[in-house]
Every structure is written in C-alpha cells, then in structure tokens.
Design a protein around this ligand. Structure first.
Ligand SMILES: [Zn+2]
Length: 282
C-alpha cells in the first residue's frame, strides 16, 4: 500500500522536466517570431529596426502615460492594440525594450483566457523584472531577439569583457539599455562571464554565459567587490577591478580561487547595481 501511495503521489506531482521543456519551447517560438520580423523587414543594420513601423503594421498605437506600479501596459481589442509606456521610464533603451516586449505579447498572442472579438484584454508589464511570469519571460526573450537579433549581434559578443565597453558598444549601436545589452552579451558570448544584479546589498539574480559554470549564490555582497563599495560608500569607481573568485562564487565552485574581473554600474533610481564578471582562461 505504501509503495502504491508513494507512486500515486509521484504521479500527482507536476511533470517538472516536461514543464521546463515546454517553457524552453515557448521561448524558442518567441525567438523565432522575432527573427521572422527581422527577416521580413530585411534588417541589415540595427538602425533598420523601426518599432513604430512594426507597431503600426500590427494596428498598435504607442502612447506615453503616467502608469502606477508598472513600466508598460498593452490593451488589445480584436485586431487593434494600444501600447502604453510609463512616463517615468526615461532611458531610451528601456523605452524601446518595453515597446518590443509589448509587441511580443501581441505577436505571440498572449491573450488572457478566451475573449470575444470586442472584449478588451489588458496586461500590465515590468519588462526584465526577475519575478515575472513565464509569459513575461517569453515577451522579454522576444524583445531581446527583436532589438538585438542574433545574426547581427553575435559578432559583438566575441570579445573578452574586461570592462563594460563591449556591452556599451552594443547598447549604443542597437539602442538598448546597458542592462539588456549585458544580458544579451552573456547569452551569446563564448567567454566565461556573468551579469549579477544586486539590490540592498544582496545578490538578487545572476545570468551566466554558457561556459561560466560557477555557482553565484544569492547572498550579501562580499567586501572587496565593486557592488559592496556602492552599498557601503555610495560609489563604485570608473574602472574594472580584479577580485578573488570567492568574492562572488560559492566555496564549492570549481576554480573558486581564480581571479575574476568585475566592472559594475549603478541602476539609477532603483538603488541597485549590476556587475559584469569575467573569468579569464587560467
Ligand atoms: Zn509583459
């Protein structure tokens, strides 16, 4: 009986692996949708990515309004839509990412439930917010692929990130925020690097490149790091620094004593810092 009960309990458990695979598949579909737009527009230069034109083609009007508790909002009625961006968002890169994120919801048909042709469907969004739902992540994946298409941006990621310079070059060329550019960089680079987002003195999340295998625990930032200096003294310093691997990595990580380059920047208005970490070949 006990064995059967255990088996029944196991059967009732959500199929975690299958769900992860499903999410992976949906994110691949989001990327494919963005790349389809890229191909259709015949984009050969980042300046060709015209969000106003894409929105117009989707019958989507873009407005800027005061939004409470969200960065952006999309309202869809039938085949028409309105994209609203908060007037509190002032960074051009963040505005573009929010518009691209909402275009992702429209193109990937992220409707809430079943609606009739005249029902209004509304969604409040905070793009690149780590606590977002799976649908929000799919819209972020779409936005990153639309604004920084893999065929154009990959060659920009084939450099060692001793500093934020390669990330800032992407930000400048593609009209994206430094944070979104850093996340795209670590996604596509062959280098061992990571973006770590810290707030109120603690690691909130980390995104690692495929070749970066060390575990970055969610814990208080360690003395010696640029992030620590920001929370302790309110300043970071202009240049990158070299810190021991233990500053950021779990003590159980491989090559925990290897030096790591850290270059950090503050996120204005959020009391947060993100650090770009790079672990050179030994
Ligand atoms: Zn969203």
């Amino acid at each position: 009986m006990a064995v059967r009960a255990e088996r029944d309990r196991a059967a009732r458990k959500p199929p975690r692996k299958a769900k992860d695979k499903g999410q992976e598949l949906r994110e691949e579909i989001s990327k494919a949708a963005a790349l389809h737009v890229f191909t259709r527009l015949g984009v050969t230069d980042p300046a060709d990515i015209d969000l106003d034109a894409i929105a117009a083609e989707l019958n989507a009007e873009i407005r800027f309004e005061d939004l409470e508790g969200a960065t952006a909002r999309v309202i869809q009625i039938g085949d028409r839509a309105r994209i609203i961006i908060s007037t509190r968002v002032v960074d051009v890169g963040a505005i573009r990412f929010s518009i691209a994120h909402e275009i992702g919801h429209i193109l990937c048909k992220h409707y809430v439930g079943h609606t009739g042709p005249t029902d209004a469907v509304e969604r409040l969004c905070s793009p690149l917010h780590s606590g977002g739902t799976t649908t929000e992540r799919e819209a972020d994946v779409f936005a990153a692929e639309l604004l920084m298409p893999r065929p154009l941006v990959t060659s920009w990621c084939a450099v060692a990130p001793l500093t934020f310079d390669p990330v800032r070059a992407i930000s400048s060329a593609f009209g994206t925020s430094v944070l979104a550019s850093a996340m795209r960089f670590v996604e596509l680079t062959p280098e061992r690097c990571a973006v770590v987002y810290t707030k109120q003195g603690r690691v909130q999340w980390a995104k690692k490149s495929p070749s970066f295998t060390g575990w970055i625990p969610k814990r208080s930032v360690a003395p010696g790091s640029a992030a620590f200096d920001y929370f302790e003294r309110g300043s970071i310093g202009e240049s990158s620094r070299i810190v021991p691997g233990t500053t950021w990595l779990s003590s159980k990580a491989e090559r925990v004593d290897a030096p790591i380059y850290e270059h950090a920047t503050a996120v204005p208005g959020l009391g947060a810092v993100f650090s770009l970490l790079w672990m050179p070949e030994s």
